[in-house]
Design a protein around this ligand. Structure first.
Ligand code: NAP
Length: 296
């Protein structure tokens, strides 16, 4: 009998992750707010759920990959939410990038119903999800972590266990994304300097990624920015605002000054004000260009 799993949120990330689970032989019940986005999965044998609760079964496993805190609350709590329906023995595998505070609240709500909440955000963009090469960050109760291991192995190349705390993996994810955003910001400014200094920008990118900046993150973002490949987006700038605000919220709660994060937030807001919200978040580089008097 194939293991049955619920999957909620079939956006840029959720769809390829769900496809990876079908490829690996899991039987899926899928829910998406815009129902038509489930069509490719239904065509491959997934069952379409009418509500988030309908994508959960008592004592089962349900994955959420929705946009933000508001969306995760909407599909988790309340009459049509998954928490009560999952009930005793149920596991909520929460893979969105959300606030540590919400993950603590949801962990308590699941525990009250006898279930478990696993914080499980992912590192890697949709192309990595399609290639089953995500890096997965995981924290929560040990028995639930053991139970979801085959699912994670089907979606990712490596899982990092960050312990039992319900919010630890989300803290790790925000630290990770703060570093990505800082790198995008630095790349954006550096490439404008290079261009105005008369250099060939693709050559600059090649030198950097063949030497000190030989890492997937620098390679990926230098490539996107050098080619101006912001559309279609892998990760939308408007969701980038959500992430930098989560970073600032986490830093503020712990009395950690984060001046770089404040600056990045302002540049993202500048991008949104200039109509870039649906572009890839690397479009912060367009803000840097325009601020230096260069054309988009
Ligand atoms: P996306 O393409 O915008 O998809 C967002 C999903 O959330 C859609 O299924 C959307 O449903 C659903 N949603 C939004 N608001 C909702 C609400 N109020 N109630 C119910 N469902 C709602 O975003 P994504 O890029 O897949 O990102 C999903 C999550 O993964 C985010 O937390 C993001 O930060 C994280 N993440 C993204 C990347 C990346 O590179 N894209 C990488 C790592 C992590 P509709 O289809 O109805 O709009």
């Amino acid at each position: 009998m194939p293991v049955e799993v619920g999957f909620i949120g079939l956006g840029a990330m959720g769809l390829p992750m769900a496809e990876a689970l079908i490829d690996a032989g899991f039987s899926l019940t899928v829910y998406n707010r815009t129902a038509s986005k489930a069509d490719p999965l239904v065509a491959r044998g997934a069952r379409r759920a009418a509500t988030p609760a309908d994508a959960a079964r008592p004592g089962g496993i349900t994955i959420t990959m929705v946009a933000d805190d508001t969306a995760l609350e909407a599909v988790s709590l309340g009459n049509n939410g998954i928490i009560e329906r999952l009930g005793p023995g149920g596991v909520h595998l929460s893979m969105s990038t959300v606030s540590p505070a919400l993950s603590r609240r949801l962990a308590e709500a699941h525990a009250r119903c006898g279930g478990a909440y696993l914080a499980c955000p992912v590192v890697g963009r949709p192309d990595r999800a399609k290639a089953r090469k995500l890096w997965i960050l995981l924290s929560g109760p040990a028995a639930a972590k053991e139970r979801v291991r085959p699912l994670l192995d089907a979606m990712g190349q490596q899982t990092f266990d960050l312990g039992e705390r319900s919010d630890a993996a989300h803290v790790m994810k925000l630290v990770n994304n703060f570093l990505i955003m800082s790198a995008i910001e630095a790349i954006a400014e550096a490439l404008v300097m290079a261009e105005k200094g008369g250099l060939d920008v693709p050559t600059v990118a090649r030198v950097l990624t063949s030497s000190l900046f030989n890492s997937p993150m620098y390679q990926g973002y230098l490539d996107i920015i050098t080619r101006g490949a912001y559309d279609p987006p892998g990760f939308k700038l408007k969701l980038g605002l959500k992430d930098i605000e989560l970073v600032l919220g986490m830093a503020g709660e712990a009395n950690v000054p984060a001046p770089t994060a404040s600056l990045i937030r302002d540049h993202i807001i500048e991008g949104l004000a200039r109509g870039m919200g649906e572009l890839d978040w690397a479009a912060v580089a367009l803000v840097a260009r325009e601020n230096a008097g260069l054309k988009r």
